[in-house]
Design a binder for this molecule. Structure first.
Ligand code: FMN
Length: 339
């Protein structure tokens, strides 16, 4: 598939943007495990046009992350049109518009998934963004406001007419937040609609290689986007790619590899965010890298309470030693990280 002029590999794997999770340190790790496309955490258009430091930092790109999109959200067309020009100066490969965030502080103000209830404004905003950038524009959204107003087929056509180059669909409504199961039948209806020509990227509840293969083979999407299941498990991308290309699932990394990844991630997080924020924001990753190990609770507590880099390294070394002979295929959990 292509996003505008950007050529992607067959059956591309996208890392779903997740605020405070998919920062540059985590994206580096995912890249090493073979993710194809990544998108920044969402950037508020209003913050960007006021030069807010956090917004600017979220847009910083390391060349190894490419192809890379900056994701924008907002509720005012003028601000979005202004923000996209600033986002362009960070030199991403494309711009992604967030019309899917259901969080009340965003959706209730008419941004994110709130726009699913004002399609004329969504369309106007999209056109304004497309007109104000030379980069390809994509959208990430949900099925509709609630189960009685699933309007994604209409939304897809109107956004396509407004000039977007690809559409990512999380198979839930705004009202569902993260409840229930993602509805892939409806994602497939959009993909197979005769008037929808842009690539469709399916998103929601993919946790393993078989689920990924099913998204492509059964539902027919052009790309898949994975979020929660990658937390503590960035090697999922390698597992999926191997399964799609070669038909088998590689072994789960052993404990030495997991510890090495956790250390590398911690180091990059500290480089990127400094102390102590770089440690605070690592906690949900650290607690998930070793999920499913027996009798792990006291070590988990150490990982999520210490603010000392050396102590964290010592704990990680201890984990490597203690579980050196643990058979990784006996790990129980395939569930999402707690959110
Ligand atoms: C902690 C968290 C933060 C998120 N932040 C964003 C975001 O910044 N932008 C966005 O488009 N979606 C965001 N999402 C939604 C995910 O991108 C994705 O659509 C959702 O988690 C469903 O995919 P999954 O089942 O593979 O996790 C977030 C989700 C989570 C759990």
């Amino acid at each position: 598939m292509k996003i505008g002029h950007i050529e992607l590999p067959d059956k591309p794997l996208f890392l779903a943007p997740m605020e405070d999770v998919t920062d540059q340190s985590f994206r580096h790790i995912c890249k090493e495990y073979g993710v194809d496309v990544m998108i920044s955490e969402f950037v508020a258009s209003e913050g960007l046009i006021r030069d807010c430091e956090k917004s600017m930092k979220k847009m910083q790109i390391d060349p190894i992350e490419r192809p890379f999109g900056v994701q924008l959200y907002g509720n005012r067309t003028e601000a979005m049109a202004e923000a996209v020009k600033m986002a362009e100066s960070a030199e991403p490969d494309f711009i992604d518009l967030n019309y899917g965030c259901p969080a009340k502080k965003i959706a209730n103000r008419g941004a994110g998934a709130g726009l699913l209830q004002d399609i004329p404004l969504m369309e106007e905003m999209t056109r304004a963004v497309v007109e104000n950038t030379r980069l390809p524009v994509t959208v990430k959204t949900r099925l509709g406001g609630d189960h009685q107003s699933v309007n994604i087929v209409e939304v897809a056509q109107r956004l396509q007419d407004a000039g977007i180059q690809a559409l990512s669909i999380h198979g839930r409504t705004k009202a569902q937040m993260y409840q229930g199961q993602a509805d892939w039948e409806t994602i497939a209806r959009v993909k197979h609609h005769p008037d929808v020509d842009i690539p469709v990227i399916g998103n929601g509840d993919i946790v393993d290689a078989q689920g990924a293969a099913m998204a492509f083979d059964h539902y027919g999407v052009d790309g898949i986007m994975i979020g929660r299941a990658t937390v503590g498990k960035p090697w999922l991308f390698k597992s999926i790619r191997t399964y799609l290309d070669k038909g088998f699932i590689p072994e789960e990394p052993d404990i030495a590899e997991k510890v090495a990844v956790a250390k590398q991630h911690l180091q990059k997080s500290l480089e990127w965010k400094g102390h102590p924020r770089g440690i605070y924001e690592m906690r949900r990753h650290l607690s998930n890298y070793f999920k499913g190990l027996p009798h792990f609770k006291p070590l988990r507590t150490r990982l999520v309470t210490s603010l000392d880099e050396k102590e964290l390294h010592d704990t990680l070394d201890y984990i490597a030693e203690k579980y050196a002979h643990f058979d990784a295929s006996k790990l129980k959990s395939d569930s999402f990280f707690h959110y």
